[in-house]
Design a protein around this ligand. Structure first.
Ligand code: FES
Length: 261
């Protein structure tokens, strides 16, 4: 719970890097008048608008939906727009901001997310429906919908990806964000290709590359659990054929009403 009743001047220390000018990143301090309810993103706006227009960061929705404002705040990956400034400044009245780790810096807090999106596309995150699509709608049980809920809430901010120590060593690893989306499609009874998906993730850079360090869980601003999804994918990969058979049987009844329990 935030203690928003203290108005004071705080120091926002920002990692700066302009590839046209700098050889390496350096820290630059700004003084900000903290106001009630101010978020880290508000503080950045204050700095950019009134003090230094060259400070560069991504943002869009300001409501924790688009995922673009993810950055390193006091050593932890999270969303600037959902983080109250007062919760971070502590008794030193200082907060430190930097770009997401393990990704090339384009400028200041803006990183190059190319590998992040490449790995996302690698798992084919879209639904692959059966060839014989029923003329009626697909019907899913409450349990089936619940199984997808967590993965659907992912906003692709990159906080988990850039907190993953495996990614720090190996950019070929699929990554927790993409594996969470793969989990969503594998568990979706409407999807035609769970067996192929599991086979694709069975390689050296797939589900077995995860070291189960749990950094992704700690970093996720939505409280999701990619590690558990990866564990489930590992188990399903080991009984892929049986899982495919079960899916085929389920798809024969996709258009039928779900019986009440
Ligand atoms: S600006 Fe969209 S999540 Fe923060």
């Amino acid at each position: 719970m935030s203690n928003d009743n203290t108005q004071r001047t705080v120091t926002v220390s920002i990692q700066r890097f302009d590839p046209d000018v700098d050889k390496k990143p350096h820290m630059q301090d700004y003084q900000v008048e903290m106001t009630k309810g101010m978020t880290i993103l508000d503080a950045l706006h204050e700095i950019k608008t009134h003090q230094d227009g060259s400070v560069t960061y991504r943002r869009s929705c300001r409501h924790g939906i688009c995922g673009s404002c993810a950055m390193l705040i006091n050593g932890r990956n999270t969303l600037a727009c959902k983080t109250p400034l007062i919760d971070e400044v502590g008794h030193k009245n200082r907060v430190t901001l930097g770009p997401l780790p393990y990704l090339p810096i384009i400028k200041d807090m803006v990183v190059d997310r190319t590998t992040f999106w490449e790995q996302y596309l690698r798992v084919k995150p879209w639904l692959i429906p059966p060839d014989d699509i029923p003329e009626k709608e697909f019907r899913m049980s409450k349990e089936e919908v619940n199984a997808l809920h967590d993965a659907e809430s992912c906003i692709m901010c990159g906080a988990c990806y850039s907190s993953c120590t495996v990614i720090g060593l190996n950019k070929h690893y699929v990554g927790p964000h993409a594996l969470l989306k793969a989990f969503m499609r594998v568990m979706d009874p409407r999807d035609e290709a769970p067996g192929q998906r599991l086979a694709d993730l069975d390689g050296a850079d797939g589900v077995y590359r995860c070291h189960t360090v749990f950094n992704c869980i700690d970093a996720c601003p939505k409280g999701l659990n990619p590690t558990q999804a990866i564990e489930t994918l590992r188990k399903l990969a080991q009984k892929r054929k049986k899982f495919e058979t079960t899916r085929r049987k389920r798809q024969q009844h996709l258009h039928e009403p779900i019986p009440a329990k």
